[in-house]
Write a protein that binds this ligand. Sequence first.
Ligand SMILES: [Cu+2]
Length: 107
Amino acid sequence: MRTGAWVALALSWTVAVAFADTHAPQTYTVTIENMQFTPKTLSVHRRDRVVWVNKDLFPHTATAEAKAFDSHEIAAGASWTYVAGKAGEYAYGCSLHPTMQGKLLVR
Ligand SMILES: [Cu+2]
């Protein structure tokens, strides 16, 4: 093989490794049903999408402490998408029903 071909091969391998190392954004779903968030604790990476789907017959919210994120009211049958930003632990709840609690971990 000529030098040029070796360089091209080495370059393509380097690029492949670089891409494999990059976390491709994922989409996760939190179901809201029977006044509960499921899963109750969700761990994601930055730039992942989290979709809260309200399967109850009345509105809920997904509101983080200190309003790090806030869906406002998610109507019955509707959903709300959030793209995870800063890494951290975010306890959140429904501002309409204080017993509803969840946690989002962003790595
Ligand atoms: Cu609620």
